[in-house]
Design a protein around this ligand. Structure first.
Ligand SMILES: Nc1ncnc2c1ncn2[C@@H]1O[C@H](COP(=O)(O)OP(=O)(O)O)[C@@H](O)[C@H]1O
Ligand SMILES: O=C(CO)[C@@H](O)[C@@H](O)COP(=O)(O)O
Length: 554
């Protein structure tokens, strides 16, 4: 048998990356990242209203450029590329017509944000989420949120659809079905024109759309109809069966094979979410907490059905059979803001200076652009260096990390961030340090919840942009959790995880766990807790808890 390669395609918040991997040993041969230009320009978004939409053209153009990029860089013949698997953010649903095409691709909706992908961090549906929670608990029937932590979030499928169809009758009339982003890209790749026959992602359905086999798939029409007649009728145009990502969704269509320079023999696996693919890329096993640390965090664990039994874990983003490893229950928690909290601070302190640089009469346009880029690129690293030198608990500033709401434990996306204890000595580095501590305390709340619910954590593995780039965050987190944290060696763990699923779907490896054994890339760094800091952080964590209760009004 000749060489066999697979492609993992990872759609993050700002960019998509393709990674071409040797299926025999997991070696990454080439990777190529493409930013979303419309998103970068801030189109279709309104941060003040928490509206974050993405045009699918950003994703389709990125698909072509990223896959072509790895094919050109690697020089691997197309015939040796056996399979592709797509992972995306989620819940990031979009309305489609009866041929599975995004409404935003129709000229009538080309500039309408409601016809676009509603990104995971869009919180325009807070009211709808409250309504779903209230009715789920009081309608007299099954509480369909019970396998999703008992609290439905505005980040998720039904809240978002309900919000959009209430706001936009034209989208409701034209929206034949809705797809999660990972299903939409997979459908495009295989050229599936029929949203009713597409193999939908178990991971997306189980964690975000209230899908569970116990009630035969999605919640029944009597329940969905309590919110809007559209939701009840939509149920018939969605799905009842779902599939894990070790399955084939189909083969690459002629159109996409030509566009990507691949063959129509290439298998396309069922899609999944980035964090769950990341857990696979980071060698997940039982009692291991995988933290995917980027814009947000996703905290993923797996457990056997026997271990979990009838236990319903409160306040997380769900427990789903096969969402990570087929045959095991995947558990998801996470923070809506992690690197994003630091990015917010960077914008806060640089924006006025950048505006002044733009207006400067002493610099030409090229110099201005260079200067701005330099500041934006290096500011977090510079602040981190300074913050590392400040002794723990010296400044007494306490911050809350809920600037983008709280995902877990106990979703409440309406919560806001806060900072207390400022004085004249509270400079940028000290405030920044308090934000790093806040995101670490937010992580500790999740660890505490898992342990309170009987899920034991023996190992912590970090991955994602922040884990790779920030010694400050990683050391602070190790100190706050009082646990060593191993960092996954792969720079692109979610894409590697997707590639692992692709290899299984193509039959190169018999199952996901055997594929992990041969394809994973190991670890490159371990952060150990520093005992003196651990003690200090115990006290600060208690302050964080009190401050949180005050802000939450508890
Ligand atoms: N040196 C750094 N220290 C801490 N955070 C950083 C640093 N550089 C970038 N970040 C944060 O990393 C996040 C992006 O993470 P990444 O994993 O690359 O993307 P995504 O979450 O979209 O997959 C941004 O929120 C950014 O603020
Ligand atoms: O919530 C999920 C998955 O369930 C993520 O897609 C979401 O947090 C976005 O992840 P990133 O921070 O862009 O890596």
């Amino acid at each position: 048998m000749g060489d066999q390669y697979v492609i993992g395609l990872d759609y993050g918040t700002d960019s998509v990356r393709a990674v071409l991997v040797n299926a025999k040993n997991g070696e990454s041969i080439a990777s190529h990242v493409v930013l979303y230009p419309r998103w970068k320009a801030g189109k279709y978004c309104n941060p003040v209203e928490n509206q974050f939409r993405q045009h699918p053209l950003d994703h389709l153009e990125g698909l072509e450029a990223s896959v072509k990029g790895v094919m050109e860089k690697s020089k691997i013949p197309a015939s040796q590329v056996k399979a592709i698997c797509v992972d995306t953010t989620g819940s990031s649903p979009l309305p489609v017509d009866n041929k599975g095409q995004s409404l935003a691709m129709n000229p009538a909706f080309a500039e309408n944000p409601n016809a676009m992908m509603v990104l995971w961090k869009d919180h325009t549906a807070n009211k709808e989420a409250d309504e779903i929670n209230h009715i789920a608990r009081t309608w007299g029937g099954e509480d369909y949120t019970k396998y999703e932590g008992g609290i439905y979030s505005s980040e998720w499928f039904w809240s978002k659809i309900l919000h959009v169809v209430r706001e936009d009758q034209k989208v409701a009339d034209a929206g034949f079905s809705w797809m999660e982003h990972c299903d939409y890209i997979t459908a495009q790749l295989i050229g599936n024109e029929d949203p009713l026959t597409l193999k939908r992602s178990r991971c997306a359905a189980g964690h975000k759309a209230l899908w569970h086999e116990i009630w035969g798939g999605l919640p029944p029409k009597e329940f969905l109809g309590l919110f809007h007649p559209y939701l009840a009728s939509l149920r018939d145009r969605l799905y009842s069966e779902t599939f894990t990502s070790d399955n084939q969704a189909g083969k690459l269509s002629k159109n996409w094979a030509e566009r990507l320079g691949l063959t129509t023999d290439t298998v396309v696996a069922v899609g999944t979410f980035d964090a769950h693919a990341g857990a696979v890329g980071g060698e997940i096993s039982e009692n291991t907490l995988i933290k995917v640390m980027g814009t947000s965090t996703c905290d993923i664990m797996i457990t056997s059905k026997e271990n979990l039994g009838e236990n319903l874990i409160q306040g997380i983003c769900g427990q789903v059979d096969g969402s990570v490893i087929p045959g095991m229950i995947g558990l998801e928690a996470g923070q809506s803001g992690f690197g994003d909290v630091l990015a917010w601070f960077r914008e806060l302190i640089t924006k006025p200076s950048i505006d002044l640089i733009q207006k400067s009469i002493h610099l030409d346009e090229g110099q201005k652009a260079k200067l701005i880029e330099e500041v934006q690129e290096n500011l977090i690293a510079q602040l981190s260096e300074e913050a590392l030198k400040i002794p723990v608990n010296e400044s007494k500033i306490v911050a809350l990390d809920w600037i983008n709401g709280r995902r877990t434990p106990d979703a409440n996306q309406a919560l806001k961030g806060a900072i207390m204890g400022l004085n004249m000595g509270s400079d940028a580095a000290r405030v920044f340090k308090s934000l790093v501590e806040a995101i670490s305390f937010g992580s500790k709340k999740i660890v505490d919840r898992f342990e309170e619910e009987g899920v034991k954590i023996e190992t912590v593995i970090g991955m994602g942009g922040v884990a790779k780039k920030s010694k400050l965050v990683m050391q602070t987190l190790a100190d706050v959790l009082n646990m060593p944290i191993k960092v996954a060696a792969s720079d692109q763990a979610p894409a590697l995880g997707a590639a692992i699923y692709a290899a299984v779907a193509a039959g190169i490896h018999p199952d996901t766990q055997s594929a992990i054994k041969v394809m994973s890339n190991g670890f490159d760094e371990v952060y150990y807790p520093i005992p003196a800091n651990v003690q200090q952080y115990k006290m600060l964590y208690a302050e964080y808890g009190k401050f949180g209760k005050f802000v939450e009004g508890k």
